[in-house]
Ligand binder design. Structure first.
Ligand SMILES: CC(=O)N[C@@H](C)C(=O)N[C@@H](C)C(=O)O
Length: 696
């Protein structure tokens, strides 16, 4: 065959961050499961599908000892997720891949089992309404499946018939009687979540079959009649499988709700409310190895002058008082696992630009920081001897990777994984400054290669969302290294309302979004533009979600930036509050006075900076009305309105089929491409074409 001399030879970019096709193709790890004897670790790895227009997850096994390379253990076009080991070593997971033994059925998310001895996975339970997830008991042959039933269904057969009838009639309508009705990008209802205990199924009598033929597992609904109250609540199953502890959301009137803690008997479905307070929401952490005690996450209910606070408590499973645990620790801990001897807990908590692993002594409440690096740990699991933990670790310098943690020494060792760490171009620094009130404000600063006194870098200020969050972990959504590869420095400040800096940092910004959170961000910017390696005359501010709120606030309060990028942003607080998916949460903080005092739309006349507005139509968290109104008001009311020919410096990048995130890889490329075009024009004074796929 004659070689095609017209096609350009593909060139490997310097780093994956120098080429969007390479960036979106970096495999992404999530979740971690360990088997009962600690010899097997499984994580989920998302890669591009063959058309490069979606991510597909597969399960990979890693060697906890770190001797053997990682190996892929599932493979399908639809992908697999939610791995959970049964005590016998079989691996349960969910997948919408077609059933090889029943090609007639429409694919639904079904429960699959990969036998411990090896061989192919098979479906162990499939239902028309699908299966959302599975959790397994640590010490008993027991598992709980989360799956949804139609509100009116009396049993699984009835549910199946109702779903079939709804589908055949082509009905999508939902009749609501309560609140909420949406969550992130999901329409809630008409189905409601239930917890099902997994049981042995019955063999069809007298049917000739091969020896490997096995009946499907049966699901027993142990949460009959719980209505919508299990939405967003996960089951926590005791090690012996006897009880399930969960949060249960109950209405409190006027569209508000709170979460109580419930114990469910796995054998009978009998349930008892074990914690209930008008002042706190409760969530279940793991149950102790001796099945006696559940760790409880206690979240203070907020109000206009009452910021959130998060503490842990220990509660006897069979009744008794809630005992505070490490009450004086100024952190918001998230429990991961009990130490196998029951002496302590492994938790993570945001801390000064990281989210380390800690142990808590349950007798004394003593807190010990285990991991010392500036990294964030999630999905922590523990070995049966309690000497070792495994986790996903990431930071601003590397995406999630599986690591082994020696709990005594704190030594962290990366395990051979499915993917190498991507090479970076540039470097990361920590920046310390102080806010107007003298409170410390910390940031990360990504510097591009070559930035220095003789070639100062243009600066992008990136403002995080939440606002209760921290720039402390890798994110695929906003990767500063892509912009560093284009020569920009990226400032990632943690202003007032950021987590990991104590309760005072939250209090400083609660109900006053336009005050300390804004002035802290400006203080961090001032500190950085004073450096010789940063060019103060070429800057932009960017943010998504609450970060977009703040970008809008910045636009109305300073003209120091050359451009502003605002993604999925809150614009008019009186409109956002009652139209977001969880109004009851925001309206506790946003009194009418607070909304008026802090709403960016009230300052539109002062906006003279070109703005790139980005919004997805299916965003239910920050509904599209925010983006539409911002766009119209920029063109009609700002200090930089559309001119008499309809021309404007502002741009609106609209994604009709994306939500609060830009999930499709081809759209992520458009996102970065348009951002780069806009910044090049207004910050660098250079011309970079918009992506050709926009068809312009
Ligand atoms: C709690 C919450 O969803 N807040 C949003 C307004 C927000 O800022 N979300 C963050 C997490 C984001 O980056 O999307």
């Amino acid at each position: 065959m004659t070689p095609d001399t017209n096609s350009p030879t593909p060139v490997k970019p310097k780093t994956p961050f120098h080429d969007l096709d390479h960036f979106v193709a970096i495999p992404r790890l999530s979740g971690l499961a360990v088997n009962a004897d600690g010899t097997r670790l499984v994580t989920s790895v998302a890669t591009l599908n063959s058309k490069c227009n979606a991510y597909v997850s597969a399960l990979w096994e890693l060697d906890p000892e770190g001797n053997s390379p990682a190996r892929r253990i599932t493979r399908s076009a639809k992908g697999e997720s939610g791995a959970a080991f049964l005590v016998n070593g079989d691996l349960l997971f969910t997948s919408t891949r077609p059933d090889p033994e029943n090609s007639d059925e429409d694919p639904v998310s079904a429960l699959w089992k990969l036998p411990a001895q090896g061989g192919e996975a098979r479906i162990v339970h499939s239902r028309r309404g699908g299966v959302q997830g599975v959790v397994a008991a640590r010490k008993a042959d027991a598992a709980v499946v989360v799956a949804e039933v139609l509100a009116g269904s009396s049993d699984e057969k009835d549910d199946d018939e109702r779903r079939k009838a709804r589908k055949e009639a082509g009905v999508e309508a939902i009749l609501h009687t309560g609140y909420p009705v949406r969550h992130w990008d999901a329409d809630l209802g008409p189905a409601e979540p239930r917890f099902f205990v997994v049981e042995e199924g019955e063999q069809e009598a007298l049917k000739p079959a091969t020896v490997d033929e096995q009946p499907q597992l049966a699901l027993c609904n142990v949460t009959v009649g719980m209505g919508t109250s299990l939405r967003n609540n996960s089951p926590c199953i005791s090690p012996d499988g006897a009880v399930i502890i969960t949060g249960q959301t109950v209405p409190t009137g006027k569209g508000d709700q709170r979460t109580v803690l419930v114990r469910i008997d796995s054998a009978t479905g009998d349930r008892t409310v074990i914690l209930d307070s008008p002042d706190y929401d409760y969530d279940a952490g793991p149950v102790s190895p001796d099945n006696s005690t559940v760790v409880v996450v206690i979240s203070r209910r907020t109000g206009p002058t009452t910021p959130p606070d998060v503490k842990l408590g220990l509660l006897p499973v069979n009744g008794g008082p809630l005992a505070p645990l490490a009450a004086d620790w100024d952190a918001w801990p998230s429990p991961a696992a009990w130490l196998p001897d029951g002496s302590g807990l492994i938790v993570t908590a945001d801390d000064d630009g990281a989210s380390p692993v800690f142990t808590l002594d349950v007798a004394t409440g003593a807190v010990r920081r285990v991991t010392q690096d500036a990294a964030s740990y999630t999905d922590v699991v523990v070995s049966p001897d309690g000497a070792t933990a495994y986790a996903l670790r990431s930071s601003y310098e590397f995406p999630p990777e599986v690591v082994r943690i020696d709990l005594a020494s704190g030594t962290v060792t990366p395990l051979p994984g499915p993917v190498e760490r991507p090479a970076l171009s540039g470097r990361l620094e920590r920046v310390d400054t102080t806010g107007e009130d003298g409170h410390p404000v910390k940031s990360y600063l990504v510097l591009p290669a070559g930035a220095g006194g003789s070639s100062p870098a243009p600066l992008l200020l990136w403002i995080h969302g939440g606002p209760l969050g921290s720039w402390n972990a890798w994110t695929w959504r906003w990767s500063p290294w892509l912009l560093a590869a284009k020569g920009y420095a990226v400032l990632l400040p943690d202003p007032a309302l950021s987590t990991g800096y104590g309760q005072k940092m939250i209090e400083r910004g609660w109900g006053a979004w336009g005050d300390a959170p804004f002035t802290d961000i400006m203080a961090a910017t001032d500190a950085v533009v004073a450096r010789p390696d940063i060019d103060e005359s070429r800057t932009a501010a960017m943010g998504g979600s609450f970060g977009g709120y703040m970008a809008n606030w910045v636009a109305g309060h300073t003209d120091r930036f050359n451009a502003i990028v605002t993604h999925a942003s809150l614009w008019a607080l009186d409109q956002f509050g009652p139209t977001t998916d969880a109004s009851f949460y925001w309206e506790k903080e946003m009194t009418p006075e607070m909304a008026l005092a802090n709403s960016p739309h009230a300052h539109v006349e002062k906006i003279s900076t070109p703005m790139l507005v980005i919004h997805g139509d299916k965003d239910y968290r920050v509904p599209i009305g925010e983006g539409l109104r911002l766009w119209y008001e920029l063109l009609s009311k700002s200090a930089l309105p559309a001119d008499a020919n309809g021309e404007t410096d502002h741009r609106f990048l609209y994604f009709p089929d994306e939500n609060h995130w830009i999930l499709k890889p081809q759209h992520a490329k458009i996102w970065y491409g348009v951002v780069e075009h806009f910044l090049a024009r207004h910050v660098l004074g250079e011309k970079v074409e918009v992506p050709a796929e926009l068809g312009l």
